[in-house]
Write a protein that binds this ligand. Structure first.
Ligand code: FAD
Length: 621
């Protein structure tokens, strides 16, 4: 049958990409259908119940700044919060939360069900309606036909999913869920490049069978950080600790002795796994000289005894998994509640997408999430939001929007994917961004909320909170700039005691704040009233301390923009340009771009490479 209502946007898949896509499109006023296998699994975390971490929290905060759900759901579901790299610079600081799986999922479902313009329907999509190279709708596996202007595909690990436990394999989208085979076949018939990837998950443990006295306790941070810019500590449920255990030589012996029963090492799995989230068999094989690997024993929730042993993802047979677990101190009597497994699935080469995440071959069809070769909830959520907003803009006949690499990690993520493609599951790191100092997790709202408001993604509550914060930062910075400490005063004495020498002349509070020994709390009260909003104080401090570096990075970006029309000589010998990778040299030599702008658009030529070319040209002159 044909469904009587027509939609602007249909999103297929209620995982992390799909939920952000559907919410974004609906927030922008488009009639949106979220079609998913199972309403009970909306926002389900397939693997680790944790959100954020290095590079990833930057994406969560960007999603949040653009009005998305992930940050708020983390604040409602988070049971242990920490700031990683807290002692390092602000560019690499990252908030990470252990989440209660059930609470997180419930928070996402609540946001979806209360979103205006959003209709949820439980069915598997089996086919796409395509004519004239344009998608027109979706047909479910039971034959219901939904029509729409645009379609966003967010099917995760489900396309042609095959689950491996040892040498046994079965079809599945993830443990307990059916794969999407009809849709996978349909997509394989379209002109996209398709390949296989794999990922894995560890066995889960029963906390009642674990000896916590043998493990190292790892409490969350106090005061507890929040994830969303609208987050408050009082939203958090009860907080608990994680624990740390270690593998040992015996663990590694067991793994080595059974590698022939691993589907990865016996050649049963064809897909490439995540380099940065390897299985335990991968780790002991690749780092054979390491006597021990750390395992974080993480609670799965407040109302369950299940634990997630982060660091021993595996596809070894169950009997080996049990031996591995029980070889670890504190886990000698551990009971496994669910075996670990690996999953292989289809992904589509993201080089066949535009920056908007629309496919190049089928108009109005967008791909987001693990289907594009990424791994991780945050990477999926960020792409979902971008694809959802662009699907909505297309439905409204508006042009595409995406952030540049110097504006957001989301810009870096999409640009990397569509220009470089990926051969292994792609995850975000701060090292992937050239302009790390500009793209901090603490300023994602300042970078993106205004754009989000213009796009129609940011509601009045968020906009009011943001505007208030931005004004407070400006006011406080201006106050510190206009407040002076004179030598010989009590304030100057207090500063001298902190920096170990007297102040030789008068200084503004803002100049004092630039000193590495002093922080906001040291200087702000010396004249007038400090602000009591931690986020405002943090921003004023970071902006003061890093302004020099930030300005330099901004100059670099402006310089690159100015030089885009600089010609590249026809006889330029790229082999002699120092600092370029072999791959980039080869691509440039083949393409022979005429200008720097053309060079920068060649797939794989990064902004860093363009910078190197610019320096080389200057030297040649
Ligand atoms: P998913 O979260 O997979 O969601 C897909 C959604 O689409 C589901 O709701 C599904 O029901 C629905 N769907 C699929 N097909 C259809 C259809 N035809 N019709 C209707 N609905 C459909 N990430 C890490 O960062 N680190 C890890 O170590 C890690 N390990 C993992 C291990 C396993 C075993 C799995 C399964 C995933 C792992 N991940 C890991 C990846 C992480 O779960 C994903 O990156 C993330 O969930 C991707 O989000 P997504 O929205 O793209 O897809």
């Amino acid at each position: 049958m044909e469904y009587p209502d027509r939609f602007d946007v249909i999103v297929i898949g209620g995982g992390h990409a799909g939920t952000e896509a559907a919410l974004a499109s609906a927030r922008m006023g488009c009639q949106t259908l979220l079609l998913t296998h199972n309403i009970e699994t909306l926002g389900q975390m397939s693997c680790n119940p944790a959100i954020g971490g290095i590079g990833k929290s930057h994406l969560v905060k960007e999603i949040d700044a653009l009005g998305g759900a992930m940050g708020l759901a983390t604040d409602l579901g988070g049971i242990q919060f920490r700031v990683l790299n807290a002692r390092k610079g602000p560019a690499v600081r990252a908030t990470r939360a252990q989440a209660d799986r059930v609470r997180y999922k419930a928070a996402i479902r609540g946001l979806l069900e209360n979103q205006a313009n959003l209709t949820i329907f439980q069915q598997a999509a089996g086919d796409l309606v395509v004519n004239d190279d344009t998608v027109r709708g979706v047909v479910t596996e039971t034959g219901i036909r939904f029509l729409a202007e645009t379609v966003v595909l967010c099917t995760g690990t489900f396309l042609g999913g095959v689950i491996h436990i040892g040498l046994d394999k079965s079809r599945g989208g993830r443990a307990g869920d059916l794969p999407s085979n009809a849709l996978a076949e349909r997509l394989r018939a379209l002109p996209f490049r398709v390949d296989r990837l794999k990922t894995g998950t560890p066995p889960r443990l029963d906390a009642k069978s674990v000896d916590f006295s043998q493990l190292e306790e790892q409490p969350g941070d106090t005061p507890t950080p929040v994830m969303s810019y609208l987050g408050r500590r009082d939203m958090h449920p009860h907080q608990v600790s994680c624990h740390i255990a270690h593998t040992n030589e015996r663990t590694h012996e067991i793994i080595f002795a059974n590698l022939d029963r691993s589907p990865m090492y016996s050649g049963v799995i064809e897909g490439v796994g995540p380099r940065y989230c390897p299985s335990i068999e991968d780790k002991v094989h690749r780092f054979a000289d390491k006597a021990s690997h750390q395992i974080f024993i993480e609670p799965e929730g407040l109302e369950t005894h299940e634990l997630y042993p982060n660091g021993i993802s595996t596809s070894l047979p169950f009997d080996v998994q049990l031996q591995v677990v029980r070889s670890i101190k504190g886990l000698e009597n551990a009971h496994i509640t669910r075996p670990g497994y690996a999953i292989e699935y289809d992904f589509f080469d993201p080089r066949d997408l535009k920056h908007s995440l629309e496919t190049k071959f089928i108009h109005n069809l967008f791909f987001a999430g693990q289907i594009n070769g990424t791994t991780g909830y945050e990477e999926a959520g960020a792409q979902g939001l971008l694809a959802g907003l662009n699907a909505a803009r297309r439905a409204k006949e508006l042009g595409a929007w995406w952030p540049r690499r110097d504006e957001a990690y989301l810009g870096v993520l999409v640009d990397d994917l569509i220009t470089l493609g990926t051969k292994e599951p792609y995850r975000m790191f701060t090292s992937r961004a050239e302009y790390r100092l500009l793209l901090r997790e603490d300023n994602a709202d300042l970078r993106l909320t205004e754009a989000g408001r213009e796009l129609g993604l940011v509601d009045d509550t968020r906009w009011a909170a943001f505007s208030q914060k931005r004004e407070a930062i400006e006011r406080e910075s201006a106050r510190l700039k206009a407040s002076w400490v004179q030598p010989g005063t009590a304030a100057a004495e207090a500063i001298a005691a902190r920096i170990g020498k007297p102040l030789p002349r008068e200084y503004s509070l803002l100049d004092l704040l630039k000193r590495p020994e002093l922080n906001y709390a040291d200087v702000a009260h010396l004249s007038g009233e400090p602000v009591d909003d931690e986020a405002v104080a943090e921003q004023v401090q970071i902006q003061a301390k890093y302004q020099g570096y930030i300005d330099r990075q901004q100059d670099e970006i402006d310089k690159l923009k100015r030089h885009e029309s600089t010609p590249l000589p026809a006889d330029l010998d790229y082999a002699r340009v120092e600092g370029l990778s072999h791959e980039i040299r080869q691509k440039l030599a083949e393409a022979r771009p005429e200008t720097l702008a053309q060079a920068s658009r060649i797939s794989g030529v990064t902004p860093a490479a363009v910078s190197i070319l610019l320096i080389h040209l200057k030297k040649r002159r």
